[in-house]
Design a protein around this ligand. Structure first.
Ligand code: ZN
Length: 285
């Protein structure tokens, strides 16, 4: 991707080197996306309770160490802010065409662990989007994991990951995330996993829609699309399960198979519109 001359987004927040450690007094489990606002309120209550008990001031202590960075990660951060800026330009336009207004997400880069609107999260969860604070969270070291451990090489593989997370933001703005939370209350875990697969494949589709339009800026290079498709395959549920346990358990799929991820990403790239991404109709029967 020819990204160096691109605009940098002003929505990137650099929290690298800020090590937020849990105090010994607290025993919080990281809240998942479903925790949302409710979780935040519980945390605030605990904050006051614990303060009142005369122990620690806060369940979390944020050591404001000077941001320790290296040149490679600084460049990745630059790249990330350019990709984010392209998502802003493109989604503003696509929303405008629908008579809607696009609200830009924030993107937080962090090291190892982070306090988010969806609770305390470790980098092990991978890049994630939190609907409660409309933010994408990325530990930049994930990009080297992709390359060295998953064989997903190239800058456009990274662009795809960012565009996928922004795809979740688009779903949030369109009310799809709220609908998912409602469904979660009324179906079994196995059934919900199928909805999760549909949601994730739709984020892949939306990443493809973005890639279609970024091509119009003349920044794609030979092989870029293939890098993204290869990355989508590399993080398919079946491939990851095989890699970690040697066997495949379709009921536990939450993101879709390698083939499905590749298919929906390509479909989004092919159509470049919002009318061909109804993954729910295809997955939930
Ligand atoms: Zn996702």
């Amino acid at each position: 991707m020819k990204w160096r001359d691109g605009r940098r987004s002003s929505n990137v927040e650099d929290r690298r080197g800020q090590r937020q450690t849990r105090s010994t007094g607290g025993s919080f489990s990281p809240m998942t996306m479903g925790g949302g606002i409710g979780g935040l309120i519980i945390m605030l209550i605990l904050y006051f309770v614990m303060g009142g008990m005369g122990g620690t001031n806060s369940p979390f202590t944020a050591n404001q160490d000077p941001v320790v960075t290296n040149a490679q990660e600084d460049e990745l951060k630059e790249f990330t802010s350019v990709v984010l800026a392209y998502t802003e330009d493109i989604w503003h336009e696509l929303f405008r065409e629908q008579g809607l207004v696009y609200e830009e997400p924030r993107l937080v880069v962090f090291t190892d662990q982070v306090e988010s609107g969806c609770g305390f999260q470790s980098a092990q969860v991978g890049p994630f989007y939190c609907p409660a604070d409309k933010s994408v969270y990325i530990d930049l070291s994930f990009f080297s994991v992709m390359e060295s451990q998953l064989g997903a090489e190239g800058d456009f593989a990274m662009a795809y990951v960012i565009a996928h997370e922004v795809g979740h933001h688009v779903q949030n703005l369109l009310g799809i995330t709220d609908e998912m939370n409602r469904i979660r209350q009324s179906v079994s875990q196995t059934e919900y996993n199928r909805y999760s697969v549909a949601l994730e494949l739709q984020a892949d589709y939306l990443a493809g829609v973005w890639a279609h339009h970024v091509e119009d800026f003349g920044v794609l290079e030979e092989g870029d699309l293939e890098e993204a498709l290869n990355a989508a395959s590399a993080i398919g549920d079946d491939t990851l399960q095989k890699r970690s346990s040697g066997r495949v358990v379709p009921d536990n799929f939450t993101h879709g198979t390698s083939e499905q991820r590749r298919y929906w990403l390509y479909r989004g790239f092919d159509y470049g519109d919002l009318n061909h991404g109804d993954t729910f109709a295809e997955i939930i029967q």
